[in-house]
Ligand binder design. Structure first.
Ligand code: TGC
Ligand code: FAD
Length: 390
């Protein structure tokens, strides 16, 4: 079967360098060869394809934009290309890499002690260990500042009590980065290892979105964590939010991949499906209108992702730039999926085609890492100087 040809109306490829194109091609072939043949089965059975994890490690996808500790040190744009291709396969696959890279490896790299870095970064990079990121709680999602999880100092340990919810890879993780308030009310990060007494996890079942991804709850009951497991380099909400800035950037690229898959599927279908006068539906004006909307929005999304990526490489990407990228590109992908589903008519609702799976996944992607509206308000605060949150 021929591989994915790409969607590149504005020749955005010409703005990439050779390394970036090579990384993208590697990720593209991996997805065509290893992911697409098996993903619908995993989605149907609500299982994550764990056997792909060592292969992704081998390809250097974990912590790909970090330097040292065996990491690939690739450019932010090359990393974005990987995220795009993985999400063209499935948002669950991109989620796995996002969490491991941006939400667990990045904070250890940026805020960890030398011992924490030595212990965890090579293991996470090679996927000998899997990590998760526990910020959201049952009562506090968009407003993590309200978190109830507490860490109280006892001798050379911290004792954690509380609950985290909707945690990607929570039950699979060897280490959970848990954000909790200490006695002074400051938010701190703790590396809680699997099998620590008092730490439990369970899986969320019945998901109609991100089915090929593990989503868990975590609970901490008098869970004693050595003080060496506290991330020393950051205090306050700035800690978790700076990790989110990294992960939201990856989602901004990933969403383009999901949109590309839906567009390509709808285009091929519209050229062969015939209705009225034996014309292909692609010849009907309203169908063309939908396809043109998609390719235009995908092209704009590519340019936005590339520009934020280039700013990031110069250390000039602000959180509000990343918010616009995440907000716009996920919305664009969701609208693309809805229009593509419409073009396939009844065939659009079955899993012989990827569209409905992407559409359902994108509902979660629109919610996690800051909902669409939270990102509107972050940008709104930036341009007006007035916060809608207080
Ligand atoms: P606010 O007062 O605005 O800020 C508190 C401190 O944080 C700093 N800050 C940031 N730092 C780095 N990056 C950012 N994006 C930052 N945004 C803010 C800020 O400068 C301040 O620092 P300091 O030193 O002055 O204390 O905080 P707020 O309480 O008003 O909250 C603002 C708000 C609503 C935007 C924030 O809470 C937010 O982003 N909420 C959304 C929560 C969210 O995104 N949760 C995601 C959970 S993880 C997840 O979904 C993983 S999905 C994984 C997958 O499967 O892919
Ligand atoms: P709420 O905060 O209750 O929001 C509900 C609605 O109210 C939304 O429409 C929101 O936009 C709106 N709203 C809230 N506040 C305002 C406001 N001030 N103004 C206007 N509208 C507002 N979390 C983690 O910590 N780690 C993970 O690994 C992780 N993985 C996830 C995986 C999946 C599949 C999902 C679905 C979620 C995951 N999350 C994770 C949680 C995710 O980050 C939260 O669901 C998200 O932050 C939203 O929180 P909430 O669901 O509590 O919604």
């Amino acid at each position: 079967m021929p591989g994915f040809p790409g969607v590149d109306f504005l020749e955005v490829d010409s703005l990439l360098n050779d390394d970036e194109r090579l990384v993208r091609q590697t990720a593209r072939e991996f997805v065509d060869r290893e992911v697409l043949p098996i993903i619908e089965k995993h989605n149907r059975e609500a299982t994550f394809p764990l056997h792909l994890v060592p292969q992704m490690a081998e390809l250097g996808f974990f912590g790909a934009s970090l330097n040292g500790y065996g990491c690939a040190g690739m450019s932010n744009v090359a990393y974005g290309q990987v995220m795009q291709e993985l999400e063209r396969g499935d948002s669950g696959l991109r989620s796995f890499v996002s969490v491991q890279s941006a939400l667990v490896m990045y904070p250890i790299h940026a805020f960890g002690s030398p011992e924490q870095k030595e212990k965890w970064l090579p293991a996470l990079h090679s996927a000998k260990a899997v990590g998760c990121f526990g910020l959201t709680e049952p009562q506090f999602g968009s407003n993590p500042a309200g978190m109830l999880t507490r860490a109280v100092r006892r001798g050379r340990s911290y004792v954690l009590n509380g609950e985290k919810m909707w945690i990607t890879n929570g039950s699979r993780a060897d280490v959970a980065l848990v954000w909790a308030k200490t006695e002074d009310g400051r938010i701190r990060g703790f590396l809680v290892e699997k099998n620590t007494p008092g730490f439990k996890s369970w899986d969320v079942h019945g998901k109609l979105s991100l089915r090929a991804s593990i989503t868990s709850g975590l609970s901490f009951t008098d869970c004693e964590t050595p003080q060496e497991n506290l991330l020393p380099g950051v205090e306050g909400l700035r800690g978790p939010l700076s990790c989110l800035t990294q992960a939201r950037y990856g989602i901004g690229w990933g969403a383009i991949g999901a949109a590309m898959a839906c567009y390509q599927t709808a285009l091929e279908y519209a050229k062969t499906r015939r209705q009225f006068e034996n014309k292909p539906i692609a010849a009907h004006q309203l169908v063309q209108d939908k396809l043109v909307w998609m390719i235009t929005e995908i092209s704009k999304a590519q340019l936005m992702a590339l520009q934020v990526g280039r700013l990031k490489e110069e250390d000039r990407a602000a959180p509000e730039h990343v918010s616009m990228l995440k907000m716009n590109n996920v919305w664009m992908a969701l609208e693309t999926a809805r229009k593509a589903r419409d073009i396939l008519g009844a065939n659009g609702i079955v899993d012989d085609y990827c569209i409905m799976r992407h559409m359902n996944n994108l509902e979660s992607v629109s919610t996690y890492e800051g909902t669409h509206d939270i990102h509107r308000l972050i940008i709104g605060e930036h341009i007006t100087g007035l916060s809608a949150f207080v």
